[in-house]
Ligand binder design. Structure first.
Ligand code: JHZ
Ligand code: ZN
Length: 414
């Protein structure tokens, strides 16, 4: 059964307001990617929402055609703890070191969507004066409990104004894996203009559209990710608020991310110019590129289903690792159930014992892969493939193998 309450259809582009939105991909009606279910509630009805992607014919922003209310997605309790993934903790520690060496003490440092405080902690240890802004009450609570002051709020003009009034303007404002989650992007740009000191810098990191297209990372499409970001639409977003993209770096996390540096003054660095040229060269402005992506997605689904059917016909037992948000797009879009995947191992205590949305696959601790080893383990956290293969080298030595699902499903190590 599907229900479709609590969402809004989008009729105008989230950056430029144009109404010419061209739809190129539908992944069906799916439940929310982090809406884990308690086993005792498994008979209840789950809300499903259309997971459809469109591109603005005016500014080029790739975006979902619906917006689910943010209170529903991020409200009192959120399932994803940054600190549960040690590669992300290490990434944010290097990130903190980079920021401190680029900007020095920088006065007040505000992080939007600061989750459980992984980056704030690394910055604070390096002497920065930090403040988190985090809408999920359980995440804000976890960060405050570690002594990392975090406001339990959504970021917007009201929050920006009150922070600036009470604590002064910020030298650095950071937003990691959260810009794509915000519906009203022009409001964010205006709020940044209120919060940043005259020479302040906004630093944002997010999964990059060019990597999503190239590596067929369709599973990073879910209702929390309202937009799939690239340079051209972001440039007009910031320019409308008197801000400019002055530098950019590619980062390997989450399947390929961009780290942007935005300021009031300064010319775009050579890296910005080079990446803009690469986006045009790679077809990010051409609808044919997105049509090809939609075909790649269907082919990737078919390849995974074929591999799993083949494994089943040989009597192989399959489990998975990483009860990720993206895993739930993959499982539901590929139509996988407990017949295909016995369980999912995950390091997050709050996810263990729950069922995944839609597919209802049970989540167990990581130790399950050793105590009850499957023949094959589907990497639903393929972004940590190297770390997971290293961690489970004993499982591999005993004959266990992993399935890497994208761009085309394959068994590793071969
Ligand atoms: P991970 C997240 O999505 C959250 P998800 C968010 N929606 C977002 O925007 C994107 O990132 C970019 C577990 N794990 O990071 C921990 C192990 O079990 O791929 C996590 O539950 N063993 C805000 O959910 C999950 O896997 C391990 O060794 O797709 C990883 O989730 C490791 C490394 C992780 O993100
Ligand atoms: Zn637009």
């Amino acid at each position: 059964m599907s229900s479709d309450t609590g969402h809004r259809r989008v009729s105008a582009c989230r950056v430029c307001g144009a109404t010419a939105l061209w739809t190129f991909l539908s992944l069906g009606d799916t439940p929310l990617a982090n809406a884990l279910i308690r086993p005792e509630d498994s008979a209840g009805q789950e809300s499903r929402y259309p997971l459809v992607v469109a591109r603005c014919r005016s500014c080029g922003l790739v975006q979902l055609t619906v917006t689910v209310a943010p209170q529903v997605l991020f409200g009192p309790s959120y399932a994803y703890f940054t600190s549960a993934s040690s590669p992300m903790v290490e990434h944010f520690d290097r990130y903190a070191a980079d920021l401190v060496s680029r900007f020095g003490p920088a006065g007040l440092v505000v992080e939007i969507g600061s989750n459980d405080g992984a980056l704030l902690g690394s910055l604070a240890r390096r002497g920065a004066r930090v403040l988190g802004v985090e809408p999920a009450a359980n995440m804000a609570g976890a960060a405050n409990a570690k002594g990392l002051e975090t406001l339990n709020a959504f970021f917007g003009e009201d929050t920006a104004r009150s922070i600036a009034q009470e604590r002064g303007r910020a030298g650095v404002v950071i937003a990691n894996n959260v810009l794509a989650h915000i519906d009203d992007l022009p409001q964010v740009a205006r709020a940044l203009d209120m919060l940043l000191a005259p020479d302040g810098v906004f630093v944002a990191e997010f999964p990059y559209l060019a990597d999503l297209l190239q590596h067929v990372e369709y599973d990073t499409i879910y209702h929390e990710h309202l937009s799939y970001l690239s340079l051209r639409p972001l440039r007009s977003l910031f320019e409308n608020a008197g801000l400019r993209i002055v530098d950019v770096e590619r980062q390997p996390v989450h399947g390929g991310s961009l780290r942007l540096f935005v300021a009031r003054r300064g010319d775009p660095s050579p890296a910005v110019r080079a990446l803009e040229a690469a986006e045009s060269r790679d077809g990010l402005d051409d609808e044919a590129r997105y049509e090809r992506f939609a075909q790649d997605v269907a082919a990737s689904r078919q390849a995974l289903r074929t591999l799993l059917e083949d494994a089943r016909s040989r009597g192989r037992r399959v489990a998975a690792i990483g009860a990720t948000a993206k895993g739930n797009t993959l499982l539901n879009y590929c139509g996988l159930t407990t017949t295909d995947i016995a369980y999912i191992a995950d390091s997050t205590p709050a996810k263990q014992g729950m069922l995944t949305p839609g597919a209802h696959i049970p989540i167990r601790p990581e130790s399950a892969l050793r105590l009850d080893p499957p023949d094959l383990t589907l990497l639903l956290a393929w972004n940590y493939a190297d770390a997971i293969l290293a961690k489970f080298s004993d499982y591999i030595s005993a004959g266990g193998r992993f399935i890497h699902p994208i761009p085309r499903a394959r068994v590793i190590p071969a």
